[in-house]
Design a protein around this ligand. Structure first.
Ligand SMILES: Cc1ncc(COP(=O)(O)O)c(C=O)c1O
Length: 414
């Protein structure tokens, strides 16, 4: 155990940097293409060095009071404008990540429900909705109602119809869900919500900055954004397929009125008027500045180029799974995120956990979930498809026993 007593004396910066550099060599090597989900690797040195430069430039800026930092204010307003035009929204804000965007959507819905006399608001979602909704419900005192998914991994409209009642404040659909990469039937569920005067949130934290470009590339993508009647709010993370580094997401609304419920204003404090659009007070400048620089540097052309690379990587990885004896991609995904499971029709016993272990021994960092292994692809995965196919086939052939790695997604509680 490291010495965690408060340091008596400071240590020279060079010594610390050396220590950290050495230690980091044992951390996840995402540049090699053998890691998934934690980093969205564009494998684009120009973009990466732009982000480093921008982060340094805005390191000490504080967006708590954007009027003190006119450049940050302009960049944030422009990112919000670009976001509105991408999704067809009319209002919204930036946040620190998907979880904060989801919290804001749930808070807005709770207060919208209270305003019409619903004092014990409920949120209806499928079991595949991200745990950030469970967290938001816990913190915000909203009851979460779960529905099962179909064999295709999607939310089931009929199950939502049965779950919605007079206390329902909001229904949630994913575009796509993290575990299976499938887009829920947004149009059916949003229409049902609208009919019952209930809000409908689309969690596009994962897909929001990729799906518009896949659609433009000719992929068949069911509409999931504000083009769909009844969708009232939408979360989409720039720090995922928007390719910015961590700390920036968007929450958007169809109506300004709904967005206003998110704004916090407090004028009874001796320190002066406090106003903010999201949960944070002090906000770091780098994610805002880098979001602006990333989107502006890439433009539609850049997002299409990177989107095509993700598409090619997805095709290569899916065909690697199809080619591996006894494994399947299940259920069929709509995006570059999917689960690898055991084909129920395969002859012989396959232990998917053991296959994951053998992959890890070959340098991969396979994510585990209840139904198998989980893969999320970035543009940088386009060069490792063949290696993945060869290693997967070899791991299935070799198999052996599983070490019993936990199905963990994130978070360690200390
Ligand atoms: C579908 C979905 N929603 C929400 C989130 C939460 O985002 P964050 O980890 O940025 O808080 C994630 C994260 O992977 C996600 O996949």
């Amino acid at each position: 155990m490291a010495d965690t007593s408060f340091p008596e004396k400071g240590r020279p910066s060079e010594e610390l940097l050396e220590e950290m550099r050495a230690e980091r060599t044992g951390d996840l090597d995402w540049r090699g293409g053998k890691a998934f989900s934690l980093v969205y690797n564009t494998d684009d040195p120009e973009l990466e060095s732009l982000q480093h430069e921008v982060a340094g430039m805005f390191l000490h800026e504080n967006a708590l009071n954007p009027f003190r930092y006119a450049t940050l204010l302009r960049m944030e307003s422009e990112v919000l404008g670009m976001t509105r035009s991408l999704f067809g929204a009319s209002a919204g804000s930036l946040s620190s990540g998907g979880t904060e965007s989801i919290f804001l959507a749930v808070q807005t819905a709770r207060d919208h429900a209270r305003a019409r006399g619903v004092m014990a608001p409920e949120l209806v979602c499928a079991i595949t909705a991200h745990p950030a909704f469970a967290k938001a419900c816990k913190y915000l005192d909203v009851t979460q109602v779960f529905t099962e998914v179909g064999d295709d991994g999607r939310a089931v409209p009929e199950a939502f119809a049965s779950a919605i009642n007079a206390n329902t404040a909001i229904v949630v659909v994913s575009a796509p869900s993290y575990p299976f990469g499938v887009i829920d039937p947004v149009a059916d569920i949003a229409a049902m919500a609208a009919e019952r005067d209930v809000l409908c949130h689309v969690d596009a934290c994962l897909g929001g900055w990729l799906l518009p470009f896949w659609e433009e590339l000719g992929e068949s993508v069911e509409p999931w954004d504000f083009r769909v009647e009844g969708v009232t709010s939408l979360s989409a993370d720039i720090h995922k397929y928007g390719y910015c580094f961590k700390g920036v997401s968007t929450i958007s609304y169809r109506d300004e009125d709904l967005y206003r419920r998110q704004i916090f204003m407090y004028d009874s404090w001796p320190g002066g008027l406090y106003a903010s659009a999201s949960a944070a007070g002090t906000r770091p400048g780098p994610p805002i500045a880098a979001a602006w620089a990333t989107i502006t540097h890439l433009g539609r052309e850049g997002y299409l180029r990177l989107g095509r690379r993700v598409l090619e990587a997805t095709r290569a990885f899916r065909s690697a799974v199809d080619g591996a004896e006894g494994l399947v991609v299940v259920p069929t995904p709509d995006m570059s995120v999917f689960q690898i499971g055991v084909d129920p029709e395969a002859s012989g016993d396959i232990d998917i956990e053991a296959v994951g272990d053998r992959m890890d021994e070959r340098g991969w960092n396979m994510d585990r979930q209840q139904g198998g292994l989980h893969v999320m692809l970035s543009p940088g995965h386009d060069k490792v498809g063949e290696m993945f196919a060869a290693d997967l086939a070899a791991s299935v052939a070799q198999q052996g026993t599983a070490a019993g790695t936990e199905h963990t997604y994130g978070g360690v509680v200390g």
